[in-house]
Write a protein that binds this ligand. Structure first.
Ligand code: GDP
Ligand code: MG
Length: 710
């Protein structure tokens, strides 16, 4: 038995399937998370049932790739039944698709999802009445919490077994007359993969897919009649046919809603509108956006700083020495050095930023869940329009701040290839969260104050260059018609911890997994190149020799005198955190001067625990009272940091380095995603173009900065 889950984007289809089947399909808060058909199978009373997760669709006359996939699956794979997942807080819009699905005349059940939000807003619904009108079960669900999932599937199976069809909701009389007549013609013409009633309506609507099906079957008479019907209706009602059908459907919807829906006295949507009057205001919106961003970074840094410090010390001053003490007895010294100097230094420095990302992901999830993030894309879209860029590119771009890779895939939601390419060109410039630890490390070392501003400025540089590139690409690439962008702004709501955790945990986990895999591997390789030819001084190693060749090139950018930071950039193409891991490994090995034996293990453990407690207290204090990163809070930097600091001529050079890291290449995975989505040509273009862009920008930053600072 095959059941298709259909609904508008973001209504909780995937979450519902996961709740039913205990599967692990990807749930997300952005349109475009599900861009392909996915399936989960599960057993129900001895039967194997396949649940098909379809991409979100507003209508069965597709405008996007996703809608096309959904329509094709429904037409050609003919599932046994449909679960229509509806966002109950947005019934009017969601029921449009429901009506089209009803016209398919397949066994169908409504999942009234987001029912928690719906009731929290004070709405009520006459369920029995709705079921009666639609001739289908309607089950309230909260998919994210698994509520109602069992009932949905039980009702769906019941409906399928009984072969119960939903009740047709007649459109305007004129339309119905034409539809009835056309359906008879269709019947005479033969069998089509499309359900008759829907086929008839789509033919009258002049839907490309329906017309093509009829043409393929040489159903001349059907086509001729459909065209006649269209002309008669347009002539009679004096509107384009699409509008006629759409209006008629909304009339039906409004009639249904009037019967079943009771609106609350105080409407959360109205409250949202009041907030938006300020948050999206012509003049205040951007200052507010910047203030929120500023707070986001300030809180992230201030609250995480004590913990970052502690974690760094934990690896460098505790794990490292004790592991060395343990290993040096049993293992050959090269292996000891590989593990302690190579792996622990590299991985330790990367992992020390885990608290930083914890706070960043937490706050980002908070913004996403509360509904503000959708406003950010709205604001950016408005800004971009004035530059001549249109489209829902911004949702993908904002996703890029988290990680560039899914952002590249998210471009699939766009209608035209041209728009997709323009967006894909901008995404690598979105500063993903893997780049943040690098900024954190450098700003903490080189900037005494204004750290949050420094970091925001890097994000702004990325976005500004992205907009420039989009603007240029928009000029260069051949034009094609573009669909208007339509962004549904969700109402603001109080996020739950569970929802926030669901958003942030996969991101955090990903970082930890990468530290345990990619960074470990990179550290081992790096340790190898540092120690070859064998036992040479690190400055004579192959790594140093190789890096020294290119290092002078960076003289105009301000970091061309020492090879170590330049060397770290090469492995950094694998993943941005590797830059940090590599710096940790390189400086760690350079500054080996281990005491013969560390202190007592037990004493050290107690000390670490006490320090952790202090760090946690300091972190919570900073979370609520921004500390301003005052110097007394800052313990002395570790040896790795000290070495690093000594190799840059001050903040400007460090800033120029950060700019280079921001731009020079996203990471191998992003390039691979670009290749997969757009082919080799664009991937190679990025590999050549981005380093040049990075070089040009950091040289400009350094040279211009020098003029102003001298
Ligand atoms: P899809 O695009 O239809 O597959 O939607 P997803 O399953 O990816 O869910 C979209 C978002 O809505 C996720 O952030 C879910 O956690 C959230 N969500 C899903 N169901 C509910 C629900 O019943 N109530 C609330 N408040 N959120 C939900
Ligand atoms: Mg989905």
């Amino acid at each position: 038995m095959k059941i298709a889950f259909v609904g508008n984007p973001n209504t909780g289809k995937t979450a519902l399937i996961n709740a039913i089947a205990g599967s692990d399909l990807e749930v997300g808060n952005w349109p475009g998370v599900t861009v392909e058909k996915k399936e989960a199978t599960f057993r129900y009373e001895g039967e194997s049932i396949s649940l098909v997760d379809l991409p979100g669709a507003y209508t069965l006359s597709p405008y996007s790739i996703e809608e096309k996939i959904t329509r094709n699956v429904l037409a050609y794979e003919s599932p046994d039944g449909i679960v229509d997942v509806v966002d109950t807080t947005n019934l009017r819009r969601n029921l449009y698709l429901t009506l089209e699905l009803i016209d398919m005349q397949k066994p169908m059940v409504l999942a009234l999802n987001m029912f928690d939000d719906f009731t929290r807003r004070g709405y009520t619904l006459d369920l029995k009445r709705l079921e009666k009108i639609l001739g289908a079960y309607a089950v309230p669900t909260v998919a994210s919490a698994g509520l109602g999932a069992k009932e949905v599937i039980a009702r769906a199976i019941e409906t399928i077994k009984e072969g119960k069809r939903p009740r047709i909701q007649p459109l305007q009389e004129h339309i119905e007359k034409e539809v009835a007549f056309l359906m008879r013609k269709i019947e005479q013409a033969g069998v089509f993969p499309y359900p008759k009633r829907l086929f008839a309506i789509k033919l009258i609507e002049n839907d490309a897919f329906a017309v093509e099906l009829a043409q393929k079957a040489y159903a001349e008479e059907v086509l001729r009649f459909a065209e006649g019907a269209r002309k008669r209706l347009e002539c009679h009602i004096k509107l384009p046919i699409r509008t006629i059908i759409t209006r008629s459907r909304y009339e039906v919807i409004d009639r249904i809603l009037e019967e079943v829906l009771t609106e609350p006295v105080v409407d959360r949507v109205a409250l949202s509108e009041r907030i938006d009057a300020v948050a999206l205001h012509r003049f205040y919106s951007f200052p507010i956006l910047f203030a929120i961003l500023y707070l986001l970074f300030r809180i992230t840094f201030d609250a995480s700083a004590p913990l970052v410090e502690w974690t760094g010390g934990f690896f460098e001053g505790y794990i490292g020495p004790h592991l060395h003490a343990l290993l040096s007895v049993h293992l050959p010294s090269w292996l000891d050095s590989l593990l302690v100097d190579g792996v622990i230094n590299g991985v330790g420095l990367v992992l020390s930023f885990l608290p930083l990302l914890f706070f960043l992901y937490f706050l980002m999830a908070l913004l996403e869940e509360s509904g503000y993030m959708a406003r950010v894309s709205f604001l950016l879209d408005r800004l971009a329009r004035s530059l001549g860029i249109k489209g829902n590119a911004f949702i993908a771009m904002i996703m890029g701040f988290g990680c560039n890779v899914p952002a590249i895939y998210a471009t699939r939601t766009m209608t035209s290839l041209r728009e997709r390419i323009i967006t894909a060109l901008t995404i690598p410039l979105m500063s993903c969260s893997a780049r943040l630890p690098i900024y954190a490390l450098f700003t903490a070392l080189f900037f005494e104050e204004n750290r949050a501003e420094i970091i925001i400025s890097l994000y702004v540089i990325g976005v500004a260059i992205a907009l420039l590139i989009a603007w240029a690409a928009n000029r260069i690439l051949p034009k094609s018609g573009m669909k208007p962008f339509f962004l549904e702004l969700p109402a603001y709501h109080m996020p739950t911890f569970r929802a926030i955790w669901v958003l942030m945990w996969p991101r955090l986990k990903d970082f930890i997994v990468r530290a345990g895999t990619v960074i470990v591997a990179a550290s081992i390789v790096l340790w190898g190149v540092i120690h070859l030819p064998s036992d040479a001084d690190i400055h004579d190693s192959y790594l140093a020799k190789g890096a020294k060749i290119v290092t002078p090139l960076f003289e105009p950018a301000g970091f061309g005198r020492h090879w170590e930071p330049v060397a770290a950039l090469i492995p950094g193409t694998i993943a941005k955190e590797v830059v940090i891991g590599s710096l940790g490994t390189i400086y760690g090995i350079e500054s080996v001067r281990r005491e013969p034996s560390p202190h007592d293990l037990w004493e050290d453990t107690k000390q670490q625990a006490a320090a952790l407690k202090d760090a946690l207290i300091a972190s919570v204090r900073n979370l609520f009272f921004l500390s301003g990163g005052s110097e007394e809070d800052m313990p002395a930097p570790g040896t790795i940091q000290t070495r690093l600091k000594s190799q840059f001529d001050g903040p400007l050079a460090a800033y120029s380095y950060m700019v280079f890291v921001l731009l020079y290449i996203p990471c191998i995975s992003t390039i691979a995603a670009i290749k997969e989505e757009f082919g080799w040509r664009l991937a190679i273009f990025e590999i050549l173009f981005l380093p040049l862009l990075a070089y040009g920008t950091s040289v400009s930053v350094y040279q211009i900065g020098r003029i102003f600072l001298s």
